[in-house]
Design a protein around this ligand. Structure first.
Ligand code: FAD
Ligand code: SF4
Ligand code: SF4
Length: 483
């Protein structure tokens, strides 16, 4: 086993085995195998233990990456796990879903000409091993304190905050409108990127550690924000962003044109063994269909790859810019290409075509126009312009719209006009305290940032827990007004 660091000159980068595309097209299992002990140690040993580790600087959690790489190289895995979990509530999840090419690994500076250290795969290896060996424990406070918090939303932001506050001894009540905890980790991200068991085992541990989940409980419908405020010392809003951006084009409401989250949620539910009538009826099932996905982000990549696995006849991704300008992770684009997805670059939809079939009109294609890249705008991004006379039709039986998400109107949904939002509809917080315009009500995750990343939601969840604690400390330190 390698025990010395700086081995990048001798050892090439090696990622965990990726299952062949022909096999992964057939199932929803994760596509990367796990490192074995020898390969994890070997790959960790490539790190040059930088004095200023840019990997850590560009990790939203500022993980102590060089430290746990060194401990992994030395076979001191329990300590490696201690270090990795000191700054990250879900290292096994980040190791799987972070776009490492844009974060830690993209900023690994071993030396020009050498590939980065495979940080994410080692992080995953450490924590999967920790689970197997029983080192991962439920949150366990040294003592109970007489404080309680209501957390609205069991996504990574809400869950990270829940874990921190429970560890401090708070009574933690998490409310979620879904029937399972995990937010987009369960119902958005497909199984082939993150197996659901990984998320469910954390939720089970949190419950074991005394966190109370109120599932199928929608705040604003089943319970009010006001009620939660009256019963708890603080409230955290971590509801994420779910309102799908729409396309106002002719034919957009034809049957067979569906939003990405409906499609992905149905697929994830099916995988979890739920009854999904819209999947069984074929409305949200790509089997045997010509599928067109509109959009170029990670959600679009999840849709095309889900459609492939459901047995679509063909899958095309329509994107109005070129490959170099795609917002999605290049790793995911490459995976999609390997799995047989066709990309129609520089193509924008103009309208949806339909035909009556058995008495009902249904989508039959997307009329698209070719684009060319023009001059950059004020943000530096190249503008796209349609090429006259270039319209054509992409045949389709199922069209999936993956154009991004906006926040719901939370002040209206919660019946709280005093809850201030930004002009994008995200919740406005004081960035020093993460408190909203309502005293004692905090917010974190996508509902503050707009659609972002799991790792940022975890960071926010951990930070807001600290702010909530400080708020309660300050409030308790206030002199009680004389009667
Ligand atoms: P969410 O995960 O959205 O959780 C919010 C929770 O709040 C949900 O469970 C919801 O049911 C609940 N809720 C909402 N309103 C209410 C209410 N009124 N009452 C009670 N509960 C409520 N990020 C990555 O880093 N890597 C990826 O590979 C990746 N893939 C993605 C794929 C898809 C398809 C999508 C949509 C997103 C992806 N993301 C990815 C982004 C990532 O999932 C989010 O940034 C992250 O989950 C945000 O966490 P959150 O806790 O703020 O919100
Ligand atoms: Fe990299 Fe994400 Fe892990 Fe940070 S949390 S080290 S960005 S994989
Ligand atoms: Fe190691 Fe790369 Fe981080 Fe430097 S930047 S400490 S080489 S992982």
């Amino acid at each position: 086993m390698a025990e010395r660091m700086l081995q990048f000159v001798r050892l090439s980068q090696r990622t965990p085995e990726k299952r062949p595309a022909t096999l992964r097209r057939e199932d929803f299992q994760e596509i990367y195998d796990r490192f074995d002990t020898a390969h994890a140690a070997e790959q960790a040993s490539r790190c040059s233990q930088c004095g200023v580790p840019f990997c850590s600087v560009h990790c939203p959690l500022n993980n102590n990456i060089p430290d746990w790489l060194k401990l992994t190289t030395e076979g001191r895995l329990e300590e490696a796990y201690e270090v990795a979990s000191a700054t990250n509530t879900f290292p096994e999840i980040c190791g799987r879903v972070c776009p490492q090419d844009r974060l830690c690994e993209g900023n690994c500076v071993i030396e020009k000409g050498f590939d980065s250290v495979t940080i994410g795969a080692v992080e995953r290896y450490i924590t999967d091993t920790a689970f197997e060996r029983g080192w991962v424990k439920p949150p366990s406070p040294p003592r109970e304190v007489d404080r309680s918090v209501a957390i609205i939303g069991a996504g990574p932001a809400g869950m990270a905050a829940a874990e921190r506050l429970r560890t401090l001894g708070w009574k933690v009540h998490v409310y979620d409108r879904y029937d399972r905890a995990g937010g987009l980790l369960i119902y958005g991200i497909p199984n082939f990127k993150l197996e659901k068991e990984i998320v469910l085992r954390r939720a089970a541990q949190f419950e074991e550690g005394g966190i109370t989940f109120h599932l199928n409980a929608e705040v604003g419908r089943d319970v009010s924000l006001e009620d939660l405020r009256s019963r708890h010392d603080a409230v955290l809003i971590a509801t994420g962003v779910y309102k799908a951006r729409d396309i106002a084009l002719p034919g957009a409401d034809l049957p067979g044109v569906v939003p990405a989250m409906d499609f992905l949620t149905a697929s994830n539910r099916k995988g979890l063994g739920d009854e999904v009538p819209d999947f069984d009826s074929g409305a949200l099932n790509a089997a045997g269909k010509r599928v067109v996905v509109i959009g170029g982000g990670d959600t679009a990549m999840d849709c095309v790859r889900t459609a492939v696995r459901q047995g679509a006849a063909s899958v095309t991704c329509l994107y109005r810019r070129d490959k170099a300008n795609m917002p999605g992770s290049m790793r995911e684009v490459a995976n999609a290409e390997e799995e047989g997805v066709r990309f129609a670059w520089l193509s924008a939809p103009e309208s949806f075509e339909g035909e009556a079939f058995e008495g009902e009109e249904h989508v039959t294609g997307v009329r698209a126009v070719k684009m060319h890249l023009g001059l950059p705008d004020a943000t530096g991004r190249q503008q796209v312009e349609p090429i006259p006379g270039s319209a054509y039709v992409e045949p389709a039986d199922l069209v999936i719209k993956a154009l991004g998400f906006d926040p719901e109107d939370l002040p209206a949904a919660f019946g709280e006009p005093a809850l201030t939002v930004t002009r994008w509809g995200t919740i406005k917080v004081d960035h020093r305290s993460m408190m909203t315009s309502i005293p004692g009500v905090f917010a974190a995750g996508d509902i503050v940032r707009g659609a972002s990343l799991v790792v940022w939601a975890i960071r926010d969840g951990r930070d807001v827990a600290e702010h909530i604690r400080n708020y309660a400390d300050a409030r308790d330190a206030m002199p009680v007004a004389a009667e």
